[in-house]
Design a protein around this ligand. Structure first.
Ligand SMILES: Nc1ncnc2c1ncn2[C@@H]1O[C@H](COP(=O)(O)OP(=O)(O)OP(=O)(O)O)[C@@H](O)[C@H]1O
Ligand SMILES: [Mg+2]
Length: 241
């Protein structure tokens, strides 16, 4: 997240907090959990929803995120460390990866540098495919696979092509499923997201899928068939308008 986006805001119950992002669904700010500096993700209540439904939906999303962090840990997929959850306060507390950039920023920079067809984007695509493959092999459906929901945290020693570790975030729409259609749709969401965010590199998803196939052996051919089917349906819908 760009440091320039930050602005200090005062909350009545806590010391000064630094707002990182204010979205339609919620906000992210730097705060504290048991005295440790961390990232706080707070979900707003939606006034147009029935209050009971609103509370239920918010809880569902926070719990989905919490569950996914636990499942990812067991599966060996890196996420920020989960520090705590406050259901009544609609908040989730997690490790703040201060040095991280989003995969979107990384790709955008490569496009600007004219290296979008080079080794580093190849390595990133391979890494995205590997991580999504592991998620699906462990029956974790992310629900919102985009390059803005993948962080790249610098690692030492540096790898020349990709000197970062891929860290998955934003699991509010995630769930557990053994259904190949769910995995196919998850892949399709990623396909669409890559095409719309990185239209300069139309071959990106193909590279991701190549690597994915090596890491998700669970009903792979059925999953790919479902993905193809969903994509064909999507195309028809676009053509019909
Ligand atoms: N743990 C973290 N450390 C550093 N930066 C983070 C972290 N989590 C999120 N970010 C930054 O904040 C942005 C928004 O976070 P996130 O995707 O979790 O929220 P969101 O898209 O608003 O959530 P939702 O779609 O669930 O409402 C990310 O794209 C990333 O730039
Ligand atoms: Mg997000």
């Amino acid at each position: 997240m760009a440091a320039g986006d930050s602005e200090p805001v005062q909350h009545s119950d806590t010391p000064t907090q630094v707002l990182l992002k204010q979205g339609a669904e919620g906000k992210l700010f730097l705060g504290q959990h048991n005295g440790v500096r961390c990232l706080v993700k707070e979900r707003f209540s939606k006034k147009y929803r029935h209050p009971d439904l609103d509370i239920q939906l918010t809880r569902q999303r926070i719990k989905a995120e919490q569950k996914a962090f636990e499942r990812c840990k067991a599966a060996g997929v890196t996420t920020p460390k989960l520090l705590g959850v406050d259901l009544p306060g609609r908040k989730i507390y997690m490790e703040y990866l201060e040095q991280a950039i989003t995969a979107k920023q990384f790709v955008d920079e490569a496009v600007l540098e004219g290296t979008a067809n080079g080794a580093k984007i190849g390595k990133l695509a391979e890494e995205i495919g590997r991580v999504v493959g592991i998620l699906h092999a462990n029956n974790i459906i992310h629900g919102d696979l985009t390059t803005s929901n993948m962080l790249l945290d610098p690692v030492k020693p540096n790898d020349a092509d990709l000197p970062y570790k891929l860290v998955m975030i934003d699991f509010g729409l995630s769930y557990h499923s053994l259904n190949v259609e769910d995995m196919g749709v998850d892949l399709y969401v990623l396909d669409r997201a890559l095409l719309s965010a990185h239209s300069q590199i139309p071959e990106l998803f193909g590279k991701v899928l190549e690597s994915y196939k090596k890491h998700n052996k669970f009903k792979l051919s059925e999953t790919i068939a479902k993905y193809e089917e969903v994509r064909t349906r999507g195309r028809k819908r676009t053509m019909i308008g």
